[in-house]
Write a protein that binds this ligand. Structure first.
Ligand SMILES: Nc1ncnc2c1ncn2[C@@H]1O[C@H](COP(=O)(O)OP(=O)(O)OP(=O)(O)O)[C@@H](O)[C@H]1O
Length: 300
């Protein structure tokens, strides 16, 4: 069953179109990574889903209702980012108690265990926490709320690596016991790969790809070797990335649509064939150049 449906959804700020007639559906109880370069519109899309931001045109349905300013959406969803605001007069422990009264599925025992594990002081105030600690506290609220639609926008901002790993693991373990629909935007795709089921990749205001992460991992291949051996295999193909290695060698990333026989032949011709990491592929797919930062240094 699909729980989020977008049809021809657009969002413009003044005259600047950020989302341009995008259409997709999110199935119930899946974890989807919303990926894209800075400024592509991830936060905008997630805030439209959470009912915080109004779409400019097109249609969006979350749990079959239009989310904007919708009480049903707010009760059934949570939007977690580093800007989450809490009543400043309440201490952290009081915030957890307040959350319990608002979120019907709130698990106080679980929230307290996480709170203790991450060494929070119940008497501290939210607005005095450091950036990483703010994200960690917000993440505890986001997980323990167990909302049917759980949205994390860059949830790990400021967290150190150990805390980021703990967060992803806690989320995965809790999701296995209590499946729900989760959307996460993050710039750390490599850290989330084991968590995600689907990836929604945004580029230039459009959905560029919306596929299972397992497919994304096999979507492209890297060809490496002498340019004279590699380049014939790229003819007629869309080159996603190309980089020169040393004087004559080259590394090229293309869509993985070579047959087994072609791959075997390429190997015989001295081409090394490698998988392309999902996070690298997302960078190549959303880049405006084929050589990345190296292009800046060409023909100087
Ligand atoms: N309230 C606003 N008013 C005007 N422009 C806005 C507003 N919010 C976002 N934008 C613009 O919309 C575009 C998309 O912003 P958004 O924050 O959705 O991108 P993002 O993909 O989440 O970026 P990042 O990865 O850097 O967080 C940007 O160009 C941003 O400047």
């Amino acid at each position: 069953m699909s729980v989020i449906e977008c049809r021809e959804l657009s969002k413009a700020y003044l005259r600047k179109k950020v989302l341009n007639q995008i259409s997709f559906t999110i199935e119930e109880n899946k974890i989807t990574g919303v990926i894209g370069r800075n400024g592509v519109g991830k936060t905008t899309l997630l805030k439209i889903m959470a009912g915080f931001t109004k779409e400019t045109s097109g249609e969006i349905r979350v749990l079959e209702q239009r989310p904007f300013n919708n009480l049903y959406t707010s009760v059934n969803s949570i939007f977690v980012d580093d800007q989450m605001s809490f009543p400043p007069a309440l201490q952290l422990q009081e915030l957890l108690e307040a959350a319990q009264t608002f979120y019907p599925n709130w698990d106080m025992d679980f929230a307290q265990r996480l709170f203790k594990y991450f060494n929070f002081d119940p008497k501290h105030y939210h607005n005095t926490l450091s950036k990483g600690r703010t994200s960690t506290f917000n993440a505890i609220v986001g997980i323990a709320a167990r909302c049917p639609i759980t949205i994390f926008d860059e949830p790990t901002t400021g967290m150190d690596e150990a805390v980021r790993k703990d967060f992803y693991r806690a989320l995965l373990k809790d999701y296995i016991d209590h499946p729900r629909t989760i959307l996460i935007s993050s710039h750390h795709l490599e850290e989330m790969e084991d968590l995600l089921e689907d990836v929604l990749l945004l580029k230039n205001g459009k959905v560029h790809l919306h596929i299972p992460i397992s497919d994304l991992k096999e979507w492209a291949i890297g060809l490496q070797g002498q340019a004279s051996s590699v380049l014939p295999w790229t003819e007629g193909k869309e080159v996603l990335y190309q980089n020169q290695i040393g004087l004559n060698a080259t590394y090229v990333v293309i869509k993985n649509d070579l047959s087994e026989a072609e791959l075997a032949q390429a190997r015989l011709n001295g081409v090394k064939i490698t998988p392309v990491h999902a996070s690298d592929l997302c960078i190549y797919l959303t880049s405006d150049t084929k050589g990345g930062i190296d292009d800046v240094f060409i023909n100087r």
